[in-house]
Design a protein around this ligand. Sequence first.
Ligand SMILES: NC(=O)c1ccc[n+]([C@@H]2O[C@H](COP(=O)([O-])OP(=O)(O)OC[C@H]3O[C@@H](n4cnc5c(N)ncnc54)[C@H](O)[C@@H]3O)[C@@H](O)[C@H]2O)c1
Length: 291
Amino acid sequence: MGLCDERVVIVTGAGRGLGRAHALAFAAEGARVVVNDLGVGLDGRPGPDGPAALVVEEIRAAGGEAVAHGGDIATTEGAASLVRTAVDTFGRLDTLVNNAGFLRDRMLVNLDEDDFDAVMRVHVKGHFLPLRHAAAHWRAESKAGRPVTARVVNTTSGAGLLGSVGQGNYAAAKAGIVGLTLVAAAEMGRYGVQVNAIAPAARTRMTEQTFAGLAALPEDVSPLVVWLGSAASAGVTGRVFEAEGGRLTVMEGWHPGPTADKGARWTPAEAGEAALKLLAEATEPRPVYGA
Ligand SMILES: NC(=O)c1ccc[n+]([C@@H]2O[C@H](COP(=O)([O-])OP(=O)(O)OC[C@H]3O[C@@H](n4cnc5c(N)ncnc54)[C@H](O)[C@@H]3O)[C@@H](O)[C@H]2O)c1
């Protein structure tokens, strides 16, 4: 018996790296998998290959069931056809793993508008659109009286949680994914959908140069993703986990620290004095990566 027998799982950006490892790990637990990948280069520009088909071959060679989808998940057509592919091929959809993305790292003073837009688009829109189309499917299922035990696993990053020098576009996008995760978890719970996010760290083409010392493998991250994407994670929603090698961490988010209430409007000088007093009592924030 696998943890995901009977489940149909979409993994975006599953042609290589973390997504490929997730797709293989879901298939090993009995899931039927839609392997999405547009096959772009490290910076999102068109690439030469169609890596989704290779991962489908690997899954089938191991006795599993999978289908490739080569669409762009940051377009309405790509996201809608992705959900349609799961339902038309396998008759249902249970889990969506949003993982596709790329980098255009620059210091802010050199960050072109195009590089900002491209990174925001692939990560934020590339999470929102598949989530939106999957959510519409699950709401319709739920309203039709069919039981829904759906799971969404989004992919944020330490850059989005703490900030990362040289990655203003990527950090903003990955922080946006955390906000989207919290809202989706709150809105979709009533339809039987749980939504969580992971902040992975693993050696892939995305990290092999910037983080040359990073030895952990994508396959180390996938077990948590498979569990979050299975029915076994019942009751877990709206949470963010870091995963690197054998280490799993629940990330605890923003919460109110020291506070002061004058009961009336402050003057700027008073507000400054109060702010400094509060800061003296507050916990120091964790450093921004690369600072
Ligand atoms: N590797 C890490 O340590 C690390 C750390 C934090 C976050 N992440 C995140 O994990 C995810 C996977 O990263 P990775 O390291 O495996 O990178 P990767 O470059 O190995 O794989 C990403 C895949 O996404 C695909 N893709 C890009 N744009 C797409 C689009 N519009 N539609 C469909 N597919 C598209 C690419 O073709 C590629 O195969 C990303 O969201 C990344 O930001 C990775």
